[in-house]
Design a protein around this ligand. Structure first.
Ligand SMILES: C[S@@+](CC[C@H](N)C(=O)[O-])C[C@H]1O[C@@H](n2cnc3c(N)ncnc32)[C@H](O)[C@@H]1O
Length: 247
């Protein structure tokens, strides 16, 4: 997959993209990411990228002519969808990450200051994505979030694809708790079933704990879920246990 980023601060991406799984994905040729500096496409000697808003008010707006010059240049090498990161976009989630991971290429446009001129949004942008209901100073961190969530879904990027299938949200539940050695740590024991070697019991325990955690923290996910017979039964047990504990 190829991802091009349009930003005023390409250097912000160096650490994140060069490290760990994203770094290895690029070395392995599974992912190509290039950050373009919008300022390189400015027309004047001061390399101006922003201007005051028409109608007055606070802040600066990224200029449509400069952003267009940058977009035209990038589109020549990447015909992909243009995604503008903005708090006004649809909120990013695992389903959206999965659908973006199907694309062969993407262009991520990062705003700054008050954002970009509306005509860029009207004329160029295919999709607008927010990473949550809060306002950041720029689209760089949101772009990194999107790249990370999408890249780990590209086949071959994670060493163990099976582990990604069990991640929170992937199957509509929060994931069960994890433990590693030692079996006892400062008086706290690993649940005995995990030491039993019985794969069927372990699977059931994990599903039950995933249901317990999701019910506690994200009951909306349970409400939306088409429960299997086994899940309904396990959920009944969870509710009974939680009730008994509350007494
Ligand atoms: C200070 S914000 C502009 C906010 C804009 N004036 C508004 O009220 O919607 C500057 C830039 O940061 C990015 N940004 C800020 N918060 C974001 C979020 N929650 N999700 C995605 N991008 C965000 C966008 O690219 C935006 O253009």
């Amino acid at each position: 997959m190829r991802i091009d980023i349009l930003t005023l601060f390409p250097e912000m991406f160096d650490g994140v993209l060069g490290t760990s799984i994203l770094g290895r994905a690029q070395s392995a040729g599974l992912l190509t990411v290039q950050a373009w500096n919008i300022r390189d496409f400015a027309f004047d000697k001061h390399r101006t990228v922003d201007d005051v808003p028409y109608g007055g008010g606070a802040g600066m707006v990224l200029k449509p002519d400069v952003v267009t010059a940058c977009l035209e240049h990038v589109k020549a090498v990447n015909p992909g969808k243009v995604v503008y990161l903005t708090p006004q976009g649809s909120v990013f989630d695992q389903v959206k990450a999965e659908s973006l991971a199907q694309e062969a290429s993407l262009i991520l446009l990062c705003g700054h200051y008050e954002g970009i001129d509306q005509r860029i949004r009207d004329g160029w942008v295919d999709e607008e994505i927010s990473i949550g209901d809060y306002v950041l100073t720029g689209g760089e961190l949101p772009a990194m979030v999107v790249i990370d969530a999408v890249a780990r879904l590209i086949p071959g990027v994670l060493g163990d694809e099976a582990s990604a299938r069990e991640d929170s949200f992937v199957n509509g539940l929060l994931e069960y708790p994890h433990y590693t050695r030692p079996a006892e740590f400062r008086g706290r024991q690993v649940p005995p079933v995990l030491l039993s070697g019985n794969h069927e019991m372990i699977r059931k325990w994990r599903l039950k704990e995933a249901l317990r955690l999701t019910l506690k923290r994200r009951p909306d996910l349970i409400e939306r879920r088409l429960l299997s017979d086994e899940e309904r039964q396990l959920l009944r047990e969870v509710l009974k246990e939680e009730c008994n504990e509350g007494r």
